[in-house]
Write a protein that binds this ligand. Structure first.
Ligand code: HEM
Length: 142
């Protein structure tokens, strides 16, 4: 794990170096969050194939979009001008995929960061996942 993103704290009693998590503060932090999240998703047996089938060799473009999406939500720097929902309407996804997506997202944020913006990331992910899931349900039922 790169220590660039951590404060190394020297503990006098044991003499060990321990890593202290900080909050999300910069675009570099967002990139680390997104890259780590997608690394987990690609390896996940339930959700990984949905991404790899759809994205194929367009990972750089997709990740760049996701950096900008979260940069806008968490840092107030609005560089994403897309429409997040429509691409999801054609995907074979249900409640179990959203639940897995959220478990992996929360796990990633908690591993790397702590603080109000990290909390905001988890809250926003949760509410957007809810909106997407309900819109998809409604679209499929009507
Ligand atoms: C079951 C869970 C989800 C799956 C399997 C999934 C999968 C995908 C895939 C495959 C794409 C690329 C689509 C394409 O290029 O045509 C995509 C795009 C995207 N997803 Fe998701 N997604 C999920 C949930 C979410 C959630 C909860 C969020 C937001 C918090 C989100 C935000 C986005 C955004 C911003 C894009 C880019 C849209 C654009 O083209 O501008 N996704 N997603």
């Amino acid at each position: 794990m790169s220590n660039k993103y951590y404060n190394a704290i020297f503990t006098p009693r044991t003499g060990n170096m321990v890593a202290e998590r900080q909050d999300i503060q910069t675009l570099e932090d967002i990139k680390l969050m997104v890259d780590s999240f997608y690394a987990k998703m690609k390896d996940d047996p339930l959700i990984g194939p949905i991404f790899t089938d759809k994205i194929q060799d367009h990972w750089p473009e997709h990740l760049d979009k996701m950096y900008r999406f979260w940069q806008g939500l968490l840092l107030g720097e609005h560089t994403y001008h897309g429409r997040p929902f429509p691409p999801h309407t054609q995907l074979p996804i249900g409640i179990e995929h959203f639940e897995r997506w959220l478990v992996l997202f929360r796990g990633t944020v908690d591993e790397l960061y702590v603080g109000p913006i990290a909390d905001e990331a988890k809250l926003r992910a949760n509410s957007i996942a809810n909106v997407f899931y309900n819109k998809l349900k409604y679209t499929k039922e009507s």
